[in-house]
Design a protein around this ligand. Structure first.
Ligand code: ADP
Ligand code: MG
Length: 277
């Protein structure tokens, strides 16, 4: 077995679970057709873990995130956050989407501050919090700009600050950098890692991009489709910061491409999580 790329077992020591997903299935019925978007998906996310969910288009990644965020109820199975069932959206599980959903008529600072409304913070504390998060995403100089006046990468930084200010227990990200050009995308990945180091949130990050997953993740859940399932649960043991040009990085990517293509372990010893097969 490769020592660099390990498939981890359920018995491996993990940080305390914050999210617990058990036997989640999702069936969509449209007209005469039935789509098994997800089948028997189970995993736990430990506190402070950065997990990438990697899979081809249509394998149920967005559906899984919608279930975790509480936007849709699964056809079967359970989701619990810190032991409590998830039934509906809540500020403890915030989502950042590919297309920013900023309010176009509010400034950068007002967008970031928006979620604080109704939280009982005095105006001075709200201003201080907004300034803190403006500074965290390096946008102090753009506080009074409108979303249409800033770049795509900046908009996604506003989108991040806007949810992080709510201090979510879990940050759910659905291909948040997919619409950005390659260079901005890499900058945003580094930026997210720096923020994660500072704030230590638990992050579930959906992507169909192998290099993005290897850059970011502690752990990669590899999904397959028809039906949408988690096929492998992989620990990424590369040291951080991860350099894309190194052999180790390429080695990880190659293995993951093999997993995605064939659904098997590409000759590695399989420690596939039996709960996830
Ligand atoms: P991914 O994000 O991995 O591309 P999705 O979760 O968006 O995949 O979709 C998984 C499958 O479920 C696809 O076949 C998609 O067409 C189907 N699907 C998703 N949402 C709905 C819906 N609201 N109604 C019917 N089918 C849906
Ligand atoms: Mg999707």
């Amino acid at each position: 077995m490769s020592t660099r790329l390990k498939l981890i077992s359920t018995r491996a020591a993990r940080p305390q679970a914050v999210l617990d997903i058990k036997g989640v299935s999702q069936i969509f019925r449209v007209a005469q057709t039935t789509c098994h978007a997800l089948e028997n998906v189970s995993f736990q996310a430990g506190t402070g873990e950065l997990i990438c969910i990697l899979g081809p288009s249509g394998c149920g990644k967005s559906t899984l995130l919608k279930i975790l965020s509480g936007f849709i109820a699964p056809s079967a199975g359970k989701v619990a956050l810190n032991g409590l069932p998830v039934f509906r959206p809540g500020p403890d599980r915030c989502v950042v989407f590919q297309e920013d959903a900023l309010f176009p008529w509010l400034t950068v600072a007002e967008n970031i501050a928006f979620g604080l409304k109704g939280r009982g913070l005095g105006s001075q504390s709200a201003r201080q919090e907004t300034e803190r998060f403006l500074s965290l995403v390096n946008l102090e100089a753009f506080a009074d700009y409108l979303p249409r006046e800033v770049s795509g990468g900046m908009k996604q930084r506003v989108a991040l600050a806007r949810v992080l200010i709510l201090n979510p227990k879990v940050l759910l990200m659905d291909e948040p950098f997919a619409a950005l050009d390659a260079q901005t995308r890499e900058e945003m990945q580094n930026f997210l890692l720096a923020l994660w180091k500072k704030l230590s949130h638990t992050i579930l990050f959906v992507t169909h991009d192998v290099a993005e997953a290897v850059t970011l993740a502690d752990r990669i859940l590899v999904m397959g489709k028809n039906p949408g399932r988690i096929r492998h649960d992989i620990a990424v043991t590369l040291k951080r910061p991860r350099m894309r040009e190194t052999d180790d990085f390429h080695h990880h990517c190659k293995r993951l491409y093999a997993l995605l293509r064939t659904g098997d372990t590409g000759g590695m010893q399989s420690c596939q999580n039996p709960r996830m097969s």
